[in-house]
Ligand binder design. Sequence first.
Ligand code: HEM
Length: 381
Amino acid sequence: MNTTLFLQSNVPDPYTIYKSMLEKNPVFWDENSKTWAVYSYEYCVEILKNPHALIPAINLNNKQKLNTYAVTILNNLVRLSNGISHEINREIACFLFSNMTSVNIDSIISELIEYDVIENKIDWVDSVCKKLPVLVVLKSFGFKETDCNFILEKMESLIKIMLPNKTQEQVNTINKISEDLFSIVEKQLLPLKFYHDLLQIKSAVLSANEIKTTSISNVIGLLIQSYDAGRGILSTSLLQILNNKSFSDKAEIQKSVIETLRFDPPIHNTRRIAEEDIYMGESLIRRNDPILIVLASANRDPQKFENALVFDIERRNNTENLTLGTGGHACLAKHFSISLTTEAIWFLLNAYKTVVLLENNIEYEPMINARLPKRIPISLK
Ligand code: HEM
């Protein structure tokens, strides 16, 4: 098995691999995949903060033959941009995010559970994790019910837009969804008061059309990030909280969510490409070399975290985990994600006094960058 780039579904315990790499090869050249893999906390931070370590391009010169709508979305996403366009896209994405109104999470989650529960059982992943974060974002922007349902239904196919390689079928589906989605978001966003403020604020640097396409694309980007990563944090947090019984009050749940992000994160790695030669300790990463940044390994680096292999919600520096990134591309939804997960799990464990995990052998999705449980069946009483 390739120990650098592997599917999380094939590996019962990736942390033993990370531990051994951390001890022997904290900066490792993998000849098979022609990729550098960085395992230590110190070097992961160094790469994440290095302005010459760029986000790799997806769909260069539209090799994947996406349509205009899908290409526009990809080209404007803050998550995928570099340099000056990253700065502009990030300002717009942060502005949009900061203008989300607050919504009642309890009523959304309780409806989701009631809708799916059969004989006191639900699959936490299908019923809540895949829907709650996306619905909260949509409702915060005021999307109406029919649009929410349409978008929720398409999310699984839409997120494939982020894949570096896509099948023809995936391209066809993305093309089909993108035009409808673009016009639904446009219709909802443009009349909002804060959008008019944005037009004023950015009119000196961007045309009205550029502001429009960047804004629409990044609302769609927020939905994409919410679907995958939001699903992940809700899934692994519930697993750890039930296993460790660390749910006596809301504060303990919040600490457990943060420690889950360190100890058993849903996102395991992210990627960069060297824009110029970069020295890491003894190693020379050459210009154009791809780099895998193994965040989940850095989170268990004993140089950074005491008793790193132990789930300990009281450790003083748990918030310094790298699961939500750091540096210029750090996740802009860090507090949102932690607080949404805390509220959702607090609601669940209050509404139902006994929540029991019905499966000990959790299976994971066949993904390289994320460790997402496929199903988490639970009983609720
Ligand atoms: C739930 C809603 C979420 C939204 C809307 C969201 C949105 C974003 C956005 C827009 C970026 C790009 C920032 C930039 O490039 O400047 C980003 C980066 C990132 N997010 Fe999130 N995020 C969410 C949740 C999460 C969660 C739960 C995790 C981890 C479990 C996560 C992990 C990351 C990481 C690692 C990056 C940086 C990637 C890199 O540096 O390569 N995000 N997020």
